[in-house]
Design a binder for this molecule. Sequence first.
Ligand SMILES: [Zn+2]
Length: 251
Amino acid sequence: MPLRRARAIVLRTYRVGESDKIAVFYTVEHGKIRGMAKAARRPRSRFGSSLEVGTEVDLVFFEKPSRELVSVDRCDIVRTRFSRLGEPVLATTLGYLSDLVDALTPERDPNQRIYRLLRATIGSLDEPQLAETRARYFEVWLLRLSGLFPLRRTCPSCGRALRETGARYLTEEHRLECGDCLGRGLPLSRETVDFLEAVVWRTPPGETLEPESDTVLSELGVVSHRILQEHLDKELRSHRVFEDMLRRTKP
Ligand SMILES: [Zn+2]
């Protein structure tokens, strides 16, 4: 059984059996992998708090031929935000973003930009009042890196700049056009098109942006949610929990 190493972020864990856990990791080297952590739920387990969601670790594992599940040997903490992320709004946001990566990424398909996006966004979860901005930014970037959000700067039908016209997005046809050319679909204001331009053309994934207006946040929320529903064919429970939390905590 070959021993392998990877730099990883813990996406989620499941309890199995009496005392074990299965952990889902997003790694730089292998993309998403699942690993069995034996005895991880025993008191004084050798894994300590290294399997908390959002923790960045140096992972050492064994791979068995023809088995999807790897066997976790060691997990050394590189960076933990455990103390900060005990705050309920940030914990809920982190749970949703990790779940989203798990839901949208295939196993063993490494994408360093997704890793960097996740790492930087976790690092930027500091102030509960910015959680929605961080999450909307993350959704748009992750959808884009997953090839699910075809962003563009000009209307494909009339060639005008979408920053001048605003836009509409039609989920089932994955079309983004100006409002004059596309009569239906979700309306996106010029302000939101501006934000999307900034995301796509001017900032690397994970760069921290300023808080956005309520219009931009709510339009982005609706369009990302529509794309996710279309692609996943189900509602993520963590998404519902996140949206409920936003509604409860908004002034
Ligand atoms: Zn047009």
